[in-house]
Ligand binder design. Structure first.
Ligand code: RAM
Length: 871
């Protein structure tokens, strides 16, 4: 039994101090460059002393003279710009002030700014250029493009708009431009090629830019078949620099036929195999360039997500020789990125660095799970005292490296592993009294880091690294706790929509590497294609942003209509029998039938679409898809009762609420029995795993959920932890107890989807309505945990939920940010009412009498959880 209290924060404490507005975001980012949205969104957070701060009004003003005037609204996130049309390539600064519920007015916030992009293809004056020299068709060294020019006036500002077919790295007067790597990123290039915007510091006199364009996803070797030229044959550059002078004049430096090109010191580069770099190549022999008038500018779009940047830099924890005598370094953490090192050797020495995730059973360097990826960077040294070396247009998933060709001793200080991934704000933290669970959380966050390299990938090491849709949809909820994935996943969803088939069908990977040119019909796989509905819905829950739903609506609808179109309804049934991957990698010999899974997802997607239509006030659609959902569900009940006797066979219908009350109890009991026959172990694969513990908790079996979570023998989450994993494995026993490393990835975030349960149910932080305007705090004690500390930076600010056991009682500590409310549920409290302490900080003490009680099924209706969004 749970009591709940609604903290109506608008009521209680008297006015103590001024309110202020800070943490300004435009389009979810800090001072973004290159905004092409005509109505970018503004968000801010309130702060102030004392309890119960709510916003009652706001005013936004811009340097251009635009002001919203005082708007009576409690909204502080996602406010759309509503002023006069924004000009291209222009810097706008903005400020906000707010009024609170005690009549306080804040002062104007510190200014924030954003710079608009080029907005329309017609504003691109630059021309696409390609190398003018005959290319070595085997190695295809990335071309270097060069332009020099003089400046004789005082410069006011210089703004660069740049993109490439391939991956570019640009320097201005020898200095790298910007901190972004793997630009322009990977998108559905035919429809959406991103450009980036940089503010440059030019000098009076001679200026020079050099841009190297690597093969990347555009034309490099990529995909299981190790073929190249997926999007085109040439590496090409588009460069437009707008210079404003102090005297009010301006001019542009544009990529055109006046540029030069040459082969540079990077002799070879691709994402899987690695890079070859010749330090001895000192001077580039320059020739002209060719313009490529036929290359499109119609697909150019502004970049909405955060760039990939350098993140952690790790020193080696061990330098050693393996039993085979190979020279190895261990960096102690499985990462995505590369190794930066101080070369030592003489002219002509060749150093090769190969990357691996693991050592084999005998302790030897193991690359058997990389498939065709060579993951090898090769450097030919010039023998001169020199700076550090590192690759440019490749990345590797690794913890260990093998060094070949090194003369003499290796010094730990000469090597470091550089993690590279999308620079998303860290939003969540979770720690508890169980070190193994803390390591699990560590592994989840690292698999997220390593696989959020511009797109959400399945794995970062082998010759795959695709945006597998199934993996992304099951992990999205967890991902949104750990980091701010709002823009990152919104960007990927745009590619999902762009690559969707004309019939709404979907490739299982996005961007659709193999079928990107296909504008006709495509097929679809349950649990994978459903990323089209589940990911937007997940973002809506986390960020309260209906614009994601709006932007994806056609795609969501397209997907559900696609499934509907596969169904033969002539006998009144709505049965989707699609084949697919099923409960991928489920360890049980008895597998959950794929058509059953398809039917579950058909219902779930129809249901989420109906809710989405409701949230967007499309009432006709809402009714239609609710009706469709009911029919799909009715067919499900007709066809699939009794449920397949697997854990996933119970979990999906329970989580998706496909069963009438009369069948739920039996399904829950069956699930419990199936777990018991597996000696309190899970037996679920990719699709069943994320919902297993949430279902157990929902139906009052939190104790059992903890037991399953805390198992240390496979299949379990903690078995890899006990085996020394530093990331989440693709398969429960990717390394078997005798130390045999199979052919599976050791860095797949899918099973890390349990992270959602850790935040939501163990720490008890959840959205009571989308975007956390109302927060639910409902921790679940168990598993012998003595304390849990979690925090989550929601759009309004920081939420904290911490609990600890003290002398048989539970102390719950809660903090919630201004402009939110919370509903706090906690175990029956013998001690009475909660106490408030400090600003937005609350402490509760609960007697533990009720903790072990099962929640009656009637108290926990699915509808409460899913429909209770307040609209
Ligand atoms: C594997 C991928 C991915 C999974 C698919 C079905 O090759 O690694 O994780 O979604 O297959």
């Amino acid at each position: 039994m749970y009591y709940f209290f609604i903290l109506l924060l608008g009521l209680a404490t008297p006015c103590l101090a001024q309110v202020s507005a800070g943490h300004l975001r435009c389009a979810n980012r800090v001072n973004p460059l290159g905004i092409d949205d005509a109505h970018p969104s503004f968000s801010w957070q309130l702060s102030g002393k004392g309890h119960n701060i709510l916003q009652t009004a706001y005013e936004i003003r811009m340097n251009e003279g635009f002001t919203t005037g005082k708007v009576y609204s409690s909204n502080s996130i996602g406010i759309r710009y509503s002023g006069p049309p924004l000009a291209p390539g222009t810097n706008y600064s903005w400020q906000v002030r707010v009024w609170d519920n005690r009549g306080n007015m804040s002062s104007w916030s510190r200014p924030a700014w954003f710079q608009t992009g080029l907005q329309v293809p017609g504003n691109w004056k630059a021309q696409w250029i390609v190398a003018g020299f005959p290319e070595d068709s085997v190695n295809r060294p990335p071309p270097v493009f060069r332009k020099e020019w003089m400046i004789s006036k005082k410069i006011k500002s210089a703004t660069l708009f740049i993109t490439a077919h391939g991956l570019y790295e640009a320097t201005l007067n020898g200095q790298r431009i910007g901190e972004a790597y793997f630009t322009p990123g990977w998108t559905s290039y035919d429809h959406r090629l991103q450009y980036q915007v940089y503010h440059l510091t030019l000098k009076e006199g001679k200026n020079q830019v050099q841009i190297t364009v690597g093969d990347g996803w555009w034309r490099g070797i990529f995909g299981g078949a190790m073929t190249n030229n997926h999007y085109g044959k040439d590496a090409a550059l588009l460069f437009q620099l707008q210079i404003e002078y102090a005297d009010g004049t301006s001019n542009s430096i544009l990529s055109d036929s006046s540029w030069q090109s040459g082969a540079g010191p990077i002799c070879y580069s691709d994402l899987y195999n690695g890079e070859v770099y010749d330090q001895q190549m000192k001077a580039i022999s320059w020739t002209g360039v060719k313009t490529a008038a036929g290359y499109s500018k119609g697909n150019l779009v502004a970049t909405i997500s955060e760039p990939v940047t350098r993140q952690e830099v790790l020193p080696p924890v061990k330098i050693f020789r393996d039993p085979n005598g190979e020279q190895l370094l261990d960096f102690g953490q499985n990462i995505s990125g590369w190794v930066r090192f101080q070369p030592r050797g003489k002219a002509g020495d060749t150093i090769a660095i190969t990357h691996a995730e693991a050592l084999d059973k005998e302790g030897n360097f193991y690359t058997g799970n990389l498939r065709a990826a060579k993951a090898r960077d090769v450097y030919v040294l010039d023998g001169e005292p020199t700076q550090h070396l590192e690759p440019h247009f490749t990345f590797h998933g690794f913890r260990y490296i093998r060094v070949e060709g090194w003369q003499g001793e290796l010094h730990p200080g000469d090597f470091e592993a550089v993690a590279l991934y999308s620079n998303l704000d860290r939003t969540g933290s979770f720690t508890c009294s169980n070190p193994l669970l803390n390591q699990l959380q560590h592994n989840i966050t690292w698999s997220q880091n390593d696989n959020f390299l511009d797109i959400p990938t399945d794995c970062p090491q082998r010759s795959e690294r695709y945006g597998w849709t199934g993996d992304a949809q099951i992990f999205a909820r967890t991902a949104s706790f750990n980091r701010n994935v709002h823009s990152f996943l919104s960007k990927w969803l745009k590619d999902l929509a762009a690559d969707q088939g004309s019939n709404g069908g979907m490739s299982v990977i996005i961007p659709d590497l193999n079928g990107h040119g296909n504008t006709g019909p495509k097929k679809g796989v349950a649990g994978w294609g459903d990323a089209a509905t589940i990911v937007p819905w997940t973002l809506f829950q986390a960020y309260g942003d209906t614009s994601v739903l709006e932007a994806q609506y056609a795609s969501m609808k397209g997907w559900v209509d696609y499934i509907r179109s596969c169904v033969d309804t002539s006998h009144g049934d709505y049965l989707w029998k699609a084949e697919g991957y099923g409960d991928w990698l489920a360890p049980d010999t008895l597998q959950t039938p794929v058509p059953f899974i398809s039917q579950c997802y058909f219902a779930w997607s129809a249901h989420l679409l109906a809710l989405t239509a409701g949230a967007l006030h499309r009432m006709e659609d809402s009714l239609y898809y609710t009706g469709l959902y009911e029919k799909v569900r009715a067919t499900f009940l007709k066809e699939y009762i009794p449920l397949p006797p697997t854990q996933t066979g119970q979990v999906l219908p329970l989580y998706f609420d496909l069963l009438p009350d009369s069948l739920r109890i039996a399904a829950v009991e069956k699930l419990v029995a199936l777990i018991r026959t597996h000696h309190d172990h899970l037996s679920t694969g990719f699709l069943g795993t994320p919902y297993l513990l949430p279902v157990l908790t929902r139906y009052g079996y939190t104790d059992l959920a903890y037991r399953v979570l805390l198992q240390e023998t496979p299949p379990s989450w903690l078995y890899p932890v006990k085996m020394g994993a530093t990331t989440i494995w693709e398969k429960w026993d990717a390394i078997t107890p005798d130390g045999t490393v199979g052919d599976k990835s050791l860095n797949h975030y899918a099973y890390g989807a349990v992270g959602d349960w850790l935040y939501r149910e163990v720490a008890g932080i959840a959205e009571e309505e989308p975007g956390y305007r109302t927060i639910r705090i409902q921790p679940h004690v168990g598993g012998g945990l003595q304390f849990v500390r979690a925090s989550y930076e929601c759009p309004y600010g920081k939420i904290v939920s911490e609990w600890k056991m003290e002398k048989g009682r539970m102390r719950l500590h809660v903090e919630i940010p201004p402009n939110t409310r919370a509903v706090v549920y906690w175990p029956e409290n013998e001690a009475g009412a909660p106490q408030k302490i400090g600003s937005g900080v609350y402490d509760f003490w609960a007697g533990m009498g009720a903790v072990k009680k099962k929640i009656g099924l009637t108290n926990v209706s699915f509808k409460e959880f899913i429909y209770n969004f307040g609209f």
